[in-house]
Design a protein around this ligand. Structure first.
Ligand code: GLV
Ligand code: GLV
Length: 324
C-alpha cells in the first residue's frame, strides 16, 4: 500500500497531482490554517507531510503521530521544526534551499531600494490625492549606489544580495556571520568581514538574512538599533523575532534610524500596531520568495524530497540525520 501523505496547506494542483501518483494524498483543499490540535488529528494516520513553515512540528505533535516518518517544509527556513525532537523521534525533516536564493535576493534588494527611496510612503501620498506640487525635498531619500551595504547572515541569500550591491550598484559590502566566507567567496561577493559592532556602525543599509534560532532572537534590539547611523535603513527578509519590533517602531518614530523595510514580523501574520503607525517603514506580507516560478520550484523540491525519502530511502535536502 502507498504511504499516506498530508499536504498541510493548498499548493499548486500539478504538484498535488504528481504526489498522487506516488502516495495516498490528503490535501487541505480548503486551505484552512489548522490549529496544532487539528494538525495533529490530520497527521495521526499519515506517514509523511508537506508543510509550509507555519505548521509547528514539535515533540507533542510527534508523540500524537507515531507513523510519521518525514516532514518536507516548503521553505528554506525551518524554525517551525523542533529538529531535536524530530531527530529523537526518527523523523526526517527537509527544506527547500537553493531554488529560492536568487529570487529572495532580488526581493531583498527591491525592499532595500523601496525603503531607501521611500517608495511606499510616496505611493500612499499620491493615491491619497495629496500631490499638488513639486518640492525640493519631497520624499528625498538616501543614496543606494556607492553606499555601504551591511549584511548580517552571509548564507546563499546574503551572498546574492552582496553580489547585487557590489556588482550592480557599486556598493561597498561589509558582512558579519558566525563563520567567515572562504577567500574565494569573499572576492566573488566583494565583501569584507567585520565585527557585528563595526557592521552596525558603518552600514548605510543593513540587510538581515540570518536564520532564526534562540541565539538570533532579538539580534537587533534597542542596543543594536542605537549603534546604527541615524541616516541608516534596516531591511529584514529573514524571520520575525530577529528584530525586536517594538524597539524598532520606537527607533523609527524617533528617527533614530531613517527607515526600515520588513517582510517578516514577530508573531506574523499579526504586525506590531506601533509599526503600522510610523510612515518610514515599508511593510510586505512575507513574500520574498513569491514568484510563480520559484514557488513552483519550492513545491516541487518538497515533493521530490518526499518521493526520494520513500522510494530511494534518502531525502534530497535533509535538515537532520535520520535513516529511512
Ligand atoms: C521563507 O521564509 C522561507 O524560509 O522559505
Ligand atoms: C540560508 O540557508 C540561505 O540560503 O541563505
Amino acid at each position: 500500500t502507498k504511504p499516506r501523505i498530508l499536504i498541510a496547506r493548498k499548493i499548486f494542483p500539478e504538484v498535488v497531482q504528481r504526489l498522487s501518483g506516488h502516495f495516498d494524498v490528503q490535501a487541505n483543499d480548503a486551505d484552512v490554517p489548522w490549529t496544532p490540535q487539528e494538525l495533529a488529528a490530520q497527521l495521526q494516520d499519515k506517514d509523511g507531510a508537506l508543510t509550509t513553515g507555519s505548521q509547528r512540528i514539535d515533540g507533542e505533535l510527534l508523540a500524537a503521530c507515531p507513523r510519521l516518518k518525514v516532514v518536507a517544509n516548503m521553505a528554506v527556513g525551518y524554525n517551525n521544526f523542533d529538529v531535536a525532537a524530530m531527530t529523537a523521534a526518527g523523523v526526517q525533516g527537509t527544506n527547500t534551499p537553493d531554488v529560492l536564493t536568487e529570487t529572495t535576493a532580488d526581493f531583498g534588494f527591491a525592499l532595500l531600494m523601496a525603503t531607501a527611496r521611500r517608495m511606499a510612503e510616496a505611493e500612499h501620498y499620491l493615491r491619497a490625492g495629496l500631490w499638488q506640487n513639486w518640492s525640493y525635498d519631497m520624499f528625498a531619500g538616501s543614496e543606494v549606489h556607492g553606499s555601504t551595504l551591511g549584511i548580517l547572515g552571509m548564507g546563499r541569500i546574503g551572498q546574492g544580495i552582496a553580489r547585487r550591491g557590489a556588482h550592480g550598484f557599486g556598493m561597498q559590502v561589509i558582512y558579519h556571520n558566525r563563520s567567515r566566507l572562504s577567500d574565494e567567496l569573499e572576492a566573488e561577493c566583494q565583501a569584507q568581514y567585520v565585527s557585528k559592532d563595526e557592521l552596525l556602525a558603518r552600514a548605510d543599509h543593513l540587510v538581515l538574512v540570518l536564520p532564526y534560532s534562540p541565539e538570533s532572537h532579538h539580534a537587533m534590539g534597542e542596543k543594536e538599533l542605537a549603534q546604527m547611523k541615524p541616516t541608516a535603513t534596516l531591511v529584514n527578509i529573514a524571520r520575525g523575532g530577529i528584530v525586536d519590533d517594538a524597539a524598532l517602531a520606537r527607533a523609527l518614530k524617533d528617527r533614530r534610524i531613517a527607515a526600515a523595510g520588513l517582510d517578516v514580523f514577530e508573531g506574523e501574520p499579526a504586525v506590531h500596531p506601533a509599526l503600522l503607525q510610523v510612515p518610514n517603514v515599508v511593510l510586505t506580507p512575507h513574500i520574498a520568495s513569491a514568484t510563480v516560478a520559484t514557488r513552483l520550484a519550492m513545491a516541487n523540491l518538497a515533493a521530490d524530497n518526499l518521493i526520494a525519502f520513500f522510494e530511494a530511502g534518502r531525502a534530497l535536502t535533509p535538515v537532520n540525520a535520520v535513516t529511512a
